[in-house]
Design a protein around this ligand. Sequence first.
Ligand code: MRU
Length: 353
Amino acid sequence: MIESVVFNKEKGRLELLDQTRLPVETCIVNCQTEHDTAMAIVGMQVRGAPAIGVAAAYGIVLGLNNPQNHEKIFASAFESICDLLAATRPTAVNLFWAIARIKEAVACAGSSDFASAAAVALHKADEIRAEDIEMCRTIGRYGASLLKDGDTWLTHCNAGALATAGYGTALGVFRAAQEQGKKFKVFVDETRPLLQGSRLTAWELMQEKIDATLICDNMAGSLIRDDRVQGIVVGADRITAHGFVANKIGTYPLAVLAKYNGVPFYVAAPDSTFDMSIKYGDEIKIEERDQDEVRYIGGQQIAPKDIPVYNPAFDVTPPELITAIITNKGIIRPIYRDTIPEFIKPDQCREAK
Ligand code: MRU
């Protein structure tokens, strides 16, 4: 199994499969401190909502083990470590959820020194990681029941093993369908500007020997119109209590295309991606990233150096465009403001702090 986030207990460091280098190079970035971890999240060496949650959880462990913090008062140092990691990326709720879970575990254990808090945090981070893999496998099984033999589906960005602790959400659906012996094809959107589709999803699907074809983002419309796509499945960075879904920029236009052409549009996500503290899409903070991500591809300039650029990393798809949300708790169907609370209970989804 592809493992994007591994904590090496012997060496006391976090080892991340560097997602900025794939598929050209498979290399590991070693994080020794909370600062290294925060930089890896901002720089997208680790990315994808569940994966950044798991990485941040281990980043807290590194912060608690960091001798430079041991001069400080425990409570304020712990808070600063958590704040540093929470400030890395604003949209994916899994990040805040994982940090809240570590804080809660440390508080419940009554830890008030670095060593005992680090032990509690490590145990909880391991638990979050293991749970994430299990949730993805369950999502995969539910999702595979929607994919028929002979279907061709389309996916956007990378919601695979790389974006999670392993197995993936949207790509977990394909993995499970493959395990069940189904025959199907996948179209992969390249996903400008950072090309998570062509660099990561294409690589992952090829590793699994899943029949995948890469397309540029602007080719999806004609494929869908020509009846060459029977289903679309994407991941999510945050889902509100009423079913608004923030995901990689370009998800919303795909959902509109799907609705217009009568193709089912599915979102696959674990319960850690639900933010039950908000109802509507405009309550989600959308990350805007560096303008050079659009002006350059792989270090190669492809636009005038100083052309102004708009670069939101995510968009929001409204609930009326979503056929179903595939979760580890089951397949949620509309009307989401009624059905989501039936599946996602507050004790399963602690609100983001
Ligand atoms: O900016 P990224 O690459 O972190 O965005 C990732 C996505 O939008 C994924 O679809 C989402 O996080 C779900 S990953 C299971």
